[in-house]
Design a protein around this ligand. Structure first.
Ligand code: FAD
Length: 475
């Protein structure tokens, strides 16, 4: 019969649990059919994130086409789309996919698993997206962790899953290409491709592995020192590839273990693995707090009275707050679809504590703009910064945006890269350009209020307000 492999956020041909299993299971007379289902919801609001995601789909399509196994696109409501598929190909007997543990994907998968069974299709749904899934890391009494450091201790002790290798020769042998039978999906796919704008070259499985090799070749040894400086290319940039599944977290884990040399910098390696485990942690948290996109995890903070101020929100989005590091960060996001981790913390803290705006607005904006948007990590990160999560930054430790700037971009290199209007500002004023005298402003070609804004808030005042709101929240 025909075995269907349903790709979703696992757009690669190696170390892929569902694919590996389907290929193993394929007997001499069986065929393999690769499917990608385009949900109408995915393209309703086509943002940079979807653009990047579908570029990765394109990259997978090209790679699998070379094995004679191109993607077959389905379009429409998921059950209707599969119904049509089964009508067209009556010998389909089983379907393989990697199960989603959170969010929209989980709802879809729970529904579809039952639905496939009703159609008499054998379902193989694998746990694949994380090194340790949501339910694998728990305390001795069976409850789950809410705080990261004990979680990580336990995480470290567990045996790590092996690479799920995929026999590409066998794919070539069993693949079918029946694309001409899937007109509707194929047409939809063509129209998506026409919309592509994202011009990034860092798309797909090969790009992921190249970048990872580059990172493991040297940068990782200084990761613990360099990862906080946004002007330095000192992080792995794996998030976009993990999000699309162009690389598997197991591959990252094993490559780090096997292809680095601890004598060159064990601390860098250890710190990196710890970050990778954060991704698992937030996946677990989101699994146990499925409402976390809308609701504060800590119940008593659901009563916080956030400000409403459309203009401030807009200034934050556009990078026009008058705080150079914050503004440079937002422009990096708007222009590239990615933002450095240190800056995500800084801008999220700024939105929630300096502007006292609702973290949900920030979460939503990141959702629109980030090519690595991952609901679990994004909600986790926002609730961390807003001090409403399970293991957050304490509400009384408010980031000072100017100090952050002095510490993590001491020469203003990052700032100048994204804010050309500050190009001629002296180092002494780069973190607080509004402190320049009228003469200085003239000399540096940067008139405050014209070329670059005054700070939209006074940090000290807002810091105290924020602390008061948390302190006085009604239980
Ligand atoms: P590296 O420093 O090279 O880290 C390696 C990998 O570890 C990352 O790719 C990521 O998978 C994981 N990782 C690192 N830090 C974290 C973290 N704090 N939480 C979860 N995983 C982590 N990450 C996303 O992937 N998607 C998001 O939507 C997202 N939103 C965020 C929102 C806020 C407010 C904050 C504070 C953080 C957010 N992060 C998010 C986490 C982090 O900023 C990014 O994973 C990181 O900047 C990606 O760059 P990198 O791959 O070069 O990271």
């Amino acid at each position: 019969g025909t075995k269907v492999v349903w790709f979703r956020r696992d757009l690669r041909l190696n170390d892929h649990t569902a694919l590996s299993r389907a290929v193993q299971d394929a007997g001499e007379d069986d065929q393999l059919l690769f499917i990608f289902h385009i949900h109408p919801k995915l393209i309703e609001e086509f943002t940079v994130r979807h653009d990047y995601f579908f570029q990765t789909v394109h990259s997978l399509d090209e790679a699998s086409d070379q094995l004679g196994a191109p993607l077959h696109f389905l379009y429409g409501d998921v059950d209707t789309a599969f119904k049509q598929l089964f009508n067209q190909m009556e010998d389909i007997d089983s379907i393989y996919f990697n199960y989603d543990e959170v969010g929209f994907g989980k709802e879809r998968d729970d529904y579809m698993i039952n639905w496939f069974k009703e159609q008499d299709i054998t379902v193989y749904s694998a746990i694949d997206h994380h090194i340790h899934s949501a339910k694998e890391v728990y305390k001795q009494d069976g409850s789950y962790y809410k705080v990261y450091s004990p979680y990580y201790k336990k995480w470290q002790q567990l045996d790590k899953p092996e690479i799920r290798s995929v026999d590409h020769m066998k794919i070539e042998h069993h693949a079918v290409d029946v694309r001409d039978r899937f007109k509707k999906g194929q047409n939809k796919w063509s129209s998506i491709k026409e919309q592509f704008e994202y011009a990034g070259k860092d798309v797909g499985e090969q790009a992921a592995l190249d970048r990872l090799d580059w990172f493991l070749d040297g940068v990782i040894y200084d990761y613990h020192k360099e990862r906080d400086f946004p002007a330095v290319d000192g992080t792995s940039l794996m998030s976009r590839f993990l999000k699309t599944g162009a690389v598997s977290p197991r591959t990252i884990y094993h490559k780090v273990q096997n292809e680095t040399d601890g004598r060159k910098g064990q601390q860098g390696i250890d710190t990196y693995i710890q970050e990778i485990a954060w991704r698992d942690f937030y996946n677990m948290i989101y699994h146990f707090y499925p409402n976390a996109r809308d609701k504060e995890m800590v119940e008593k903070y659901r009563g916080i009275d956030w400000n409403e101020d459309d203009e401030a929100m807009e200034r934050w989005k556009q990078g026009e707050t008058g705080f150079p590091l914050i503004d440079a960060a937002m422009r990096q996001l708007n222009e590239t679809g990615w933002m450095h981790n240190r800056l995500r913390m800084a801008v999220a803290s700024f939105l929630t504590k300096d502007l006292l705006l609702d973290w949900r607005l920030g979460e939503r904006y990141f959702r629109e703009r980030l090519i690595d948007y991952d609901p679990a990590s994004n909600i986790g990160g926002w609730q961390w910064a807003a001090s409403t999560g399970t293991d957050p930054v304490p509400y009384f430790r408010v980031f000072n945006p100017t100090r952050q700037s002095e510490r993590f971009d001491p020469h203003g290199r990052f700032i100048k890269q994204w804010l050309p209007e500050l190009e001629n500002v002296e180092k002494k004023y780069i973190h607080e350009p509004s402190k320049m005298s009228a003469d200085k402003q003239e000399q540096s070609n940067c008139i405050i209020g014209e070329d670059y804004p005054e700070p939209i808030v006074d940090h000290k005042t807002m810091r105290n307000k924020a602390i008061d709101r948390f302190k006085n929240v009604k239980d």
